[in-house]
Design a protein around this ligand. Structure first.
Ligand code: S3P
Length: 183
């Protein structure tokens, strides 16, 4: 992939439960673009849920697959709206690809709100695997601390999703996208 490629895609980053998949679907519809959800691609290729990949193969195998599939998705769908996995930003190679892909939107919410949303998975899948033994709220606080600088370093725009409907968040993304594309 050439460095400094002027990407024309739209990447959504943010913690689990920040609404990347739900809002991504809406934004893709509004822009008449394809939505690629990296988690869904990983599960489809593995033929098992992310929970099962974590449990049976371990997190590092999951991260290797995530890196591979993220790169493929960006390469094959340069115009897509891509919902990235919340932890993909922890690898430098992923961060570089996300940045090169195009407009980067960071969706945020406070830990309580993220925890509430994580109780139900909008894709109807079994719950997400634990990332630490700390328990939901403590885990969110800890992992967010580790990742915030990564999200912030990538984002062209930060959108706080608390108290907003998915449609309102999608509208805010569209506005940011329109400004960015006409830059
Ligand atoms: C993870 C986030 C998940 C999924 C996996 C690990 C993380 O993606 O990739 O459970 O480390 O934050 P979502 O952010 O789409 O839930």
């Amino acid at each position: 992939m050439p460095p400094q490629r002027p990407g024309r895609g739209l990447a959504l980053v943010g913690y689990r439960g920040s609404g990347k998949s739900t809002v991504g679907r809406l934004v893709a519809g509004l822009l008449n673009r394809t939505l690629l959800d990296v988690d869904v691609e990983i599960e489809a290729r593995a033929g098992r849920s992310i929970g099962a990949i974590f449990a049976q193969l371990g997190e590092s195998v999951f991260r290797d697959r995530e890196e591979l599939i993220l790169a493929e998705v960006f390469e094959q769908f340069p115009d897509a709206v891509v919902a990235t996995g919340g932890g993909s930003v922890t690898r430098e190679s992923n961060r570089r690809r996300i940045r090169e892909f195009g407009h980067v939107v960071w969706l945020t919410a406070v830990p309580d709100e993220l925890a509430r949303r994580l109780e139900t998975d909008d894709r109807g899948l079994p719950g997400r695997p634990a990332l630490t033994p700390a328990g939901t709220i403590a885990e969110i606080a800890q992992v967010l601390r580790e990742r915030t600088a990564f999200y912030a370093g990538l984002a062209d725009v930060v959108i706080e999703t608390g108290g907003k409907s998915p449609e309102e968040v999608a509208a805010a993304i569209l506005e940011s996208w329109t400004n960015w594309i006409s830059r």
